[in-house]
Ligand binder design. Structure first.
Ligand code: HDE
Length: 756
């Protein structure tokens, strides 16, 4: 059968909420019969070890595996034990002097259980605290072989990976869909050691020098007095900073664009941001920027959707990623590189490649695909994997080297440093998720949480006592050898080069590259964010920044704020647009897109069934929405309800279809009333929840289809039947086909007032 169809079917099953039969012992339902024996079930088999947990062991200098089996033994045996492996007969009652008497201090199980619980939390990441991750595989195309010797990029080499996506500003428990930059960090467990590509979904950064990182983050995080607002840039300190540091203008503009509110982690680009230096087998060097290109295209939420999702489903992105992978709809990205000659100036077409607030338009330097990433396995344990994974820009492999980007320099210190606090000592590379899959033979010893049992007496080099081991390797034996880059003679200064001074040219290029609807969204975003600020001076300074990008942008925001639009203080940059930056105007695969099929209790079930099948055939996910949970119809043809009017919300769907009334007496055109108007489905039309769902889907530019009388509900929701992207048909599957075409463009852009 069609694997996508199977995948989408599994998503539908996984998403099935209200209609599902109750699992055993669910709260509020009759509990299963109490067991007649003390041990109600047989001991369960220990969980099988995960492939990555049984990954290569830390190897001692004598070549013996050490300490690597701990992960595997964490859940061995079928019976509950203490941490010391002693079996327990009861874990529900403290040891007491009589059932109503005082709890005894001698209850060592109670003390162990509570003690461990008390220490379950570790500090969250100082930035990028909220994230979701997945395992996968990366396959090299071999196309990068002319510029880098990195083994994992060679043709058909497969490398296991772990990817963590994140928001930047919010705490661990914050909502997924806030306006923010997204992290896109990939750990490649290559045969030459770990390579981490720690990127973002925005190709430029706020600042040009890492020494300002604490400042920009202090400004973006909640105010220190009341600790509000959470996971937001819409507040005075953020805007104070980014308007005083105009180098932040470009990144801020990306944040205020649709890129700040992705539809899904699966539909985001990723960027290494800095320029890296690639080294080939002969030692020749090329400068390069890394790009991740999603197979599903780059798509975003609209702002109202993002806000609604924060409340309706704060785990929107996390759930989307896990559901897709569970269903077998594996998200994929191509890794690409833009390459530039490694000249002493380190510029390309006048663009300073060491300035991380710059991007190089793809029209000037095309992104060349070098490999394919497929995410195909969800983590088994959030804490052990997603929380404890430790990325570091300094985890490099032969063939990939750094440049003198001053933002990168600070990062090379920061990541290792922060992980000492977060993961409680220097031995976090031994955690299963962080372990290289290449053999490790280091001379690092002891420290908190040391789990390797190293052998030998001479962890120093050279030595004569451990047989001189371990030995070093040359570049020919796979060692990482730094590129001998010439450092020009210079005087120590705390200063930036003049070439870092243009803060408005690149933002102007971004603005000019946007379609009208994207510009409208940007103006809306600035107006919202600045409208949340209290300081007049901050708003006025922000308008000045916008005036220096573009007068139309500035006027739009000024009008929304009720303030005068200032004149630019710099000449407007003469830059050509880069069409590749716009998200609008192309069509994309619809894999995994969600179609809500809304029906009344007495709707056209044959139509619903047919539509559901066609949605599955297209590799999309159908969710049947009905007034109550349970099943519709009976017998073999019964349809499971996945969402009720109470649990469905528009944000979950990429398109909505409204079922009409069932066909009467074989009339393919559905039932009609006395006047010949298609009959409305009782209940659907007037239910305020359906009305809300439809009006939101309409406002958010989603395709809406209705068949055989379903349109009467559209009328009630104020959706004009002749509006763009509203499909009416007598035939259910015909309506659906048109809807699928509309979804491939992501949204019905014409609905936003400005043409797309
Ligand atoms: Fe990070 N960043 N960063 N960053 N960053 C961290 O490392 C830092 C920057 C990025 O999923 C921290 O382990 C400095 C740019 C991602 O675990 C910390 C500077 C880019 C993640 C840190 C930057 C990133 C982090 C916090 C300015 C895109 C999440 C916890 C020079 C290219 C990784 C941790 C994950 C996390 C420092 C700027 C991406 C504090 C000093 C630019 C995706 O070390």
């Amino acid at each position: 059968g069609n694997p996508l169809k199977r995948a989408a079917g599994k998503v539908a099953d996984a998403l099935q909420g209200d209609g599902a039969g109750p699992p055993e012992g669910i709260p509020g339902r009759p509990a299963p019969e109490p067991p007649s024996v003390a041990e109600p079930t047989g001991p369960r088999e220990p969980l099988p070890p995960k492939p990555d947990q049984s990954g290569p062991a830390t190897v001692s200098p004598t070549g013996q595996a050490t300490g690597a089996d701990r992960a595997r033994t964490a859940q061995a045996g079928g019976r509950l034990t203490t941490a010391q492996g002693t079996r327990l007969y009861d874990t529900d009652h403290s040891l007491k002097a009589g059932p109503r008497g005082p709890v005894l201090l001698q209850d060592h199980h109670l003390r162990e259980k509570i003690m461990h619980f008390d220490h379950e939390r570790i500090p969250e990441r100082v930035v990028h605290a909220r994230g979701a991750a997945a395992h996968g595989v990366f396959r090299g195309y071999g196309t990068a072989a002319s510029v880098t010797r990195a083994a994992f990029l060679a043709k058909d080499v497969e490398t296991p990976v772990f990817v963590r996506f994140s928001t930047v500003l919010g705490s661990r428990g914050s909502a997924d869909t806030v306006r923010d930059t997204r992290g896109f960090a990939t750990k490649f467990y290559t045969s030459e050691g770990v390579f981490d590509l720690v990127g973002n979904n925005i190709p430029v950064f706020f600042i040009q020098d890492a020494i300002k990182f604490p400042d920009v983050i202090h400004a973006g995080k909640p105010h220190p007095d009341r600790e509000i607002p959470q996971a937001q840039s819409a507040h005075d300190t953020f805007w104070d900073f980014v308007t005083l540091h105009t180098e932040a203008t470009h990144h801020t503009l990306w944040n205020m664009s649709d890129r700040g509110i992705p539809r899904s982690y699966r539909m985001m680009e990723g960027f290494g941001v800095h320029t890296f230096r690639l080294v080939d087998a002969d030692g020749s060097t090329t400068l390069a920027k890394f790009h991740w290109k999603p197979k599903l295209g780059v798509h975003s939420l609209v702002w109202e959707e993002a806000q609604l999702a924060s409340g309706v489903d704060p785990d929107f992105h996390r759930r989307d990623l896990a559901d897709a992978i569970e269903a077998g709809a594996y998200p994929q990205w191509e890794l690409g590189i833009q390459t530039f000659p490694d000249t002493p100036e380190q510029t390309f077409e006048g663009i300073d490649l060491l300035d991380p607030t710059n991007l190089v338009p793809e029209e000037l330097a095309p992104v060349q695909p070098v490999g394919l990433l497929t995410l195909n396995r969800n983590p088994s344990n959030y804490f052990a994997e997603t929380e404890q994974v430790a990325f570091h820009v300094g985890h490099l492999v032969p063939g990939i080297d750094i440049t003198d980007d001053p933002l990168l320099a600070g990062r090379l210190f920061s990541y290792l440093d922060t992980q000492i606090t977060r993961l409680g000592g220097p031995n976090f590379p031994q955690l299963p998720i962080n372990r290289p899959h290449a053999p490790v033979n280091d001379m690092l010893r002891d420290g908190m949480h040391q789990t390797a049992v190293h052998r030998g007496v001479a962890p120093y080099r050279p030595n004569s006592l451990d047989g001189g081991c371990p030995f070093t390797a040359g570049a020919d034996a796979g060692a990482y050898v730094e590129t001998p880059v010439r450092v020009p003679e210079a005087t120590k200064v705390r200063a930036a080069p003049e070439s870092f001074d243009d803060h408005f040219g690149q933002p102007r290029r971004f603005w000019l590259s946007m379609s009208p609807v994207e510009r409208e969204h940007i103006i809306g975003a600035y107006t919202f964010e600045l409208g949340k600020c209290y300081e007049q001076a901050v708003k006025e300074r922000a308008l000045q920044v916008l005036a220096n990008i573009d007068p139309e942008l500035c006027r739009g925001v000024a009008e929304g704020l009720g303030l005068p639009a200032p004149e630019p203080t710099v000449p407007l940059a003469d830059v050509a647009p880069s069409p590749a930056l716009s998200q609008v105007g192309r069509t994309w695969p619809v894999d995994g897109r969600v179609v809500g099929i809304v029906t009344g209790a007495d709707g056209d079930l044959d139509g619903v069934r047919a539509v559901r099948e066609t949605v599955l055939d297209a590799g999309m996910v159908p969710l049947v929405v009905a007034p109550t949970g349970g099943v519709l119809g009976s017998g073999e043809d019964a349809l499971t309800v996945q969402r009720t009017y109470a649990t469905a919300r528009s944000v979950e769907f990429d398109a909505v279809l409204l079922a009409g009334a069932p066909a009467a007496g074989g009339d393919a055109h559905g039932a009609r009333d006395a006047k010949g108007t298609p009959a409305a489905v009782p209940g659907t039309v007037t239910d305020p929840r359906v009305v809300l769902l439809l009006s939101e889907a309409y406002r958010h530019g989603k395709a809406i289809g209705a068949w055989a009388g379903g349109e009467t509900a559209l009328r009630a929701a104020g959706v004009p039947a002749d509006a763009p992207g509203v499909v009416l048909s007598d035939n259910a599957t015909a309506a659906l086909r048109q809807v699928i075409d509309l979804v491939s463009a992501h949204r019905v852009w014409e609905r936003f007032g400005t043409a797309g």
